[in-house]
Design a protein. Structure first.
Length: 107
């Protein structure tokens, strides 16, 4: 496999959805009416203990995927691509529904 190629959109989407914390972040951002700081986002989830993983791992990952613009120096989300976020969550819901349907058909 060629490691130098760019990931395809589906691969990027699954990479974003791979971690439950990022899915939780996406749901919080979907309901938010403005960009949030890391601390406010952390309190919306499990409290301040999660702020470190948001800052170092999850928000940079979402920034790389083009879903948010994250300024690590200020620890602020400066922009959220609501259209991309909604599309990603719809796709995730569709995949989960399909998997559940297959599991029911197999039973």
């Amino acid at each position: 496999m060629d490691q130098s190629r760019s990931p395809r959109p589906a691969e990027r989407a699954f990479a974003v959805l791979r971690h439950p914390r990022r899915i939780d972040v996406l749901h919080v951002l979907q309901r938010a009416d403005r960009p949030l700081s890391v601390d406010v986002l952390a309190r919306s989830l499990d409290g301040e203990d999660v702020a470190v993983s948001l800052h170092h791992t999850h928000l940079p990952h979402l920034d790389d995927a083009g879903i948010v613009e994250y300024d690590p120096a200020d620890r602020e989300l400066t922009d959220v691509d609501a259209e991309r976020l909604d599309a990603l969550l719809r796709a995730a819901d569709s995949v989960v529904s399909s998997l559940r349907a297959e599991r029911i058909d197999e039973a």
